[in-house]
Design a protein around this ligand. Structure first.
Ligand code: AQP
Length: 332
């Protein structure tokens, strides 16, 4: 049998992306596009589980499309589309809800975190987020899901739901697996390295956004939390701040951790933080430039998203129709 090479991942257009989203996800999407059948979505349906400003959500959707392409995703090779343009996501989510237990959803770490952060709006969508994500993945008979470590629990539940459905009827869904980058699968907040770097962090100084200019990047790295030892070595347990900066530096410069450490042997934290900031800012500048160029050509971006949605819907509808048949929905 032919090897299944379908791959799915998505990013929410919730804010400007951080270097965490870039290193944990998007950079890897680019690397994988030559070897897999890639479906990359802009997850606007996930985004509304937290209240969004409508005009901003629309703008950020197009910005994310441009950013994907500016980072190196080729829309000819990959299926690049907006989640809400393919109704099968919502339709399969409804069916999968009936194969998911409330207790499982209540235990999800992201649900608990986001419920704390948005205590005034603990809506059903927030709780149902992992089921929609399972629908996203399973619609494309996905074998591989490249994500950051924070999404592991959600992919696990997608696997459970797929297996539950397959056991209840007959093999219908491919059971997906996570793929992580070797370095950068969890980039931490610069001000609190015990937390992951996040686009919607309360303090924006802990996150480096892909849209940050060079001065902002350098200023944020200068303020990054380190420790009092003045030794630059990779030791995530005892030196989380320094290790996070070393990870960022090594991935942005394509150097091994040993090479990254060697670059700073005998140097102080001031020089170290400046070098990390410069390495990051130098890589971001051409991406920002290309994103701006693409955003000036709305007709091109609209064309990419329209064709992407058609190609995505073709595959998604095949799976949905199989599911409807198995569960007994009358089709004429
Ligand atoms: N800090 C991180 N390190 C490595 N990977 C990360 N990802 C997120 N943060 C890090 C990965 O980025 C992809 C897209 O994430 P998302 O848009 O679905 O949202 P998220 O995981 O909820 O990320 P954020 O930045 O924290 O967004 P908000 O604040 O809006 O909720 C995923 O593959 C994720 O693993």
């Amino acid at each position: 049998m032919e090897e299944n090479k379908n791959l799915y991942s998505a990013v929410q257009p919730t804010n400007s992306l951080t270097i965490g989203n870039y290193l944990g996800a998007v950079k890897n999407f680019v690397a994988l596009q030559n070897d897999y059948n890639c479906f990359y979505a802009i997850a606007n349906m996930h985004a509304i589980t937290v209240r969004q400003n409508p005009a901003e959500l629309r703008r950020r959707t197009l910005e994310l499309a441009a950013l994907y392409i500016a980072c190196g995703i080729d829309p000819e090779k990959c299926v690049l589309y907006v989640q809400s343009h393919v109704p099968a996501h919502a339709e399969l989510c409804w069916v999968l809800n009936t194969f998911t237990y409330v207790g499982e959803m209540e235990r999800m770490t992201q649900f608990k975190d986001k419920s704390r952060k948005h205590a005034d709006n603990i809506n059903m969508g927030l709780m149902d987020y992992p089921v929609l994500m399972a629908a996203d993945i399973l619609l494309y008979q996905t074998a591989y899901v490249p994500v950051g470590k924070d999404q592991t629990q959600h992919v696990e539940i997608a696997r459970d739901i797929a297996q539950r459905f397959n056991n209840a009827y007959s093999p219908t869904f491919t059971v997906p697996e996570c793929v992580y980058v070797k370095a950068g699968a969890k980039i931490c907040d610069l001000l609190d390295p015990s937390k992951k770097m996040s686009k919607s962090a309360e303090n924006a100084n802990g996150s480096i956004f892909l849209s940050d200019d060079k001065d902002t990047v350098i200023r944020k790295f200068k303020r990054a939390v380190t420790d009092s030892e003045a030794v630059i070595k990779f030791d995530p347990e005892n030196k989380p701040g320094v290790s996070n900066l070393l990870s960022i530096y090594s991935v942005f410069t394509d150097k091994s951790m040993a090479e990254a450490e060697a670059d700073f042997a005998g140097k102080g934290y001031g020089d170290f933080k400046l070098a990390v900031g410069e390495a990051v800012a130098d890589k971001l500048a051409p991406i920002q430039c290309e994103q701006a160029r693409l955003l000036a050509d709305k007709a091109y971006l609209d064309g990419v998203l329209k064709s992407g949605a058609e190609r995505a819907a073709f595959t998604a509808n095949k799976t949905l129709s199989k599911v409807y048949k198995k569960i007994g929905f009358y089709q004429n």
